[in-house]
Design a protein. Structure first.
Length: 231
């Protein structure tokens, strides 16, 4: 490395004027100091030369290329200034690394918290649905037992039976069946219960019923009615 030395020529009158103007109230600025130098152009060129700074930390090498104006590291307290720059770079590097680490942990914590909230809400909903379903089953079994216990009384009184034909199949199976309405209508035989004078039946047919079928069941019901009365 080649070092170039230049003489700095001061204008003493300007230095005296600057000293009287600022006294000890403040430090002179760079522009004020340069105004007291006779060979200012040469000094400004030297100050504006870039300096490359390379910093090494322990076993890992971290290179920071930064262009700094001036040759302040070669002057008074140059080592202290260099140490300050190195420390500032190291603190910046360490802070950025900690920030990235904390940012990842915060992102992970947000994801975990969101999934936990979703899971807890689903768990509460499932629990509520189970309780509702259990209450419905308990109510159904209660009514079923009451109906079973009172059947002897109910069967002796006049009553109306509403019959809705159904095979009790799931929707997926019903879609695959052909002539589903015809198969459900096989339950029309429940009309034979009309031989009991205490029963009225409302039959909801899944398909139109022609007159021949109506006549057939009318004759069948009448025949059974006469048969029962003759016994």
């Amino acid at each position: 490395m080649i070092l170039k030395f230049l003489k700095i020529l001061f204008n003493l009158n300007r230095v005296a004027e600057l000293a009287q103007r600022i006294e000890i109230q403040r430090k002179p600025t760079l522009e004020e100091l340069l105004s007291t130098i006779i060979n200012r152009d040469e000094i400004e060129k030297l100050i504006q030369q870039p300096v490359k700074i390379i910093i090494f930390f322990h076993l890992n090498i971290f290179c920071f290329y930064k262009k700094k104006k001036g040759r302040r590291f070669f002057g008074h307290n140059g080592k202290e200034r260099a140490a300050i720059i190195i420390q500032s770079y190291w603190r910046g590097f360490r802070t950025r690394r900690i920030y990235k680490y904390l940012k990842k942990r915060k992102w992970a914590a947000r994801i975990i918290a969101s999934f936990w909230l979703i899971y807890s809400k689903l768990f509460k909903i499932r629990k509520q649905l189970k309780l509702t379903r259990q209450r419905q089953l308990d109510f159904f079994h209660k009514k079923q037992n009451e109906f079973r216990n009172q059947w002897s009384k109910i069967s002796s009184n006049r009553r109306i039976i509403i019959h809705i034909p159904s095979l009790g199949l799931t929707e997926r199976i019903r879609k695959k069946l052909n002539n589903l309405s015809l198969r459900e209508n096989y339950q029309i035989g429940c009309l034979c219960e009309l031989d009991d004078p205490n029963i009225d039946i409302i039959y909801i047919s899944p398909m139109p019923i022609n007159d021949e079928i109506l006549q057939y069941y009318n004759k069948l019901v009448r025949f059974r009615f006469y048969e029962i009365n003759n016994l």
